[in-house]
Design a protein around this ligand. Sequence first.
Ligand code: F6P
Length: 558
Amino acid sequence: MTTPIDATTTPAWTELTALSEALVPDLRGWFAADPGRVDRLSFELADLHVDLSKNLVDDRVVAALVRLAEQTGVAERFAAMLRGDHINTTEDRPVLHTALRRPPGASPPLVVDGQQVDHDVQRVLDAMSAFADRVRSGEWTGITGKPVKTVVNIGIGGSHLGPAMVSAALEPYADAGISARFVSNIDPFDLAHKTKDLDPETTLVVVASKTFTTLETLTNARLARDWLWAGLEAAGAIDGSDAQKKDAVAHHFVAVSTALDKVEAFGIDPANAFEVWDWVGGRYSVGSAIGLSLVIELGPDVFREFLAGFHAIDEHMASTPLASNVPVVMGLLNVWYTNFLGAQSHAVLPYAQQLSRFPAYLQQLTMESNGKRVRWDGSPVTTETGEIFWGEPGTNGQHAFYQLLHQGTRLIPADFIAFVNPAYPLTDDGRDVHGLFIANFLAQTKALAFGKTAEEVEAEGTTGALVAARTCPGNRPTTSIFAPALTPRVLGELIALYEHITFTQGVVWGINSFDQWGVELGKQLALQIAPAVEGDAAAYDAQDASTRALLDYYRAHR
Ligand code: F6P
């Protein structure tokens, strides 16, 4: 195992410390004095136009940040990831989500730990495509011969957020009359609500679980199976015999997992199971068979386009010098704000209603990856790690929390994401509504950067205490990501961009971004407490005083 380089002992860290202490943010002044700033800090990254010019950096800061990436070995570690080194040290695994999007026939073929990775990836993609084609064409039917109208994906974490986010984002591409729903929460409301108006005869359930052991997913899968059987029996489609129930599951359930034996034990025909591998982290898995519901809803061609978008960014990350490597520079900016300017959180503000789940998706990607307190060799981290990601689509956020962005006391870097062409162009009294939407995106980034001075407020006739209240200080950092349209390819590019931003931060901090041991404790305790909830006295007695009191309340009100 390589020892992580302690970023805080590098010359670049010392340089950045001095630069941060001397920094007097002045975006107005910097823009006025430097006509080349926007060009120097804007990048074309595949289909994405990325404008970093409204960040609180000058050329010296950017250069020192790039040296930090050099001195902490970001490029070397990315190369190690691509070739399949076991960079997930605590689980002793390679990390190969980038292999999911290598094009067919990529050369030289990727072989890791004896596995023909490219071959296996294409084999599963082909199987998913063939299955999706059968469902989409109506050749695959439910037990009563009716074609599928709804796919219900049951999964949680990475087996939910990716498919759910992409399904919403690419809704205009759903062209086969099949819609997808996503059940994740063990709160029984979720499954009950999402199946309430569905016809079991036209529903296909995809149980998506890498491990096929996750409590929420397996519980929901069993509930869905009961719902299916009950619905089919009520319709007279099956008689309730074991043989017919088994047949019903064969027609209405498929699975995605690494554990095909467990899939079979659940009653799903292994012929209807699609493989993932333990080298795909849950939060990096939307391009794997975990995306099956998307292939059914959107079609294999759309899914391949989506993967091609990821691959374009993987190539950029692998081969572009650090100073113009966009994911690296954006990851370094996050380090700058987190470790040198004291930012604690990061807003993601898509100006696209279709990306309503993108902030939640990024929460898992970034916070499960980089919310760590030890480094990849087990030693404590040497600086703050992780950022709290949050956000809502514009313009909804504008009428909720932007006030704090404009005039609050905290530094919150914000990423704005917008698209030139809308999915559904609509006009209001002859006026292009999307244009109005884009004007809001531009207005917000401008207001955050340049604010409104007291003199400008006074020039409008305001006097007294109101002047201060109406003054907006500006110098609130933003990044603007603009693209021609929210296509499958562009969405893949966007996700891969954030994956590699997250990677860059993880390397600088010396942490393993690919495990999630913290999640385990809660899972173990839930299993221990469950008997106490059900009334087991010994399990109740074993709890702490607060938990016992909460159990008392639960029982008293049940
Ligand atoms: O939240 C922990 C986690 O392991 C995630 O990383 C993963 O995406 C999720 O649980 C679901 O796991 P599985 O796909 O094995 O059901």
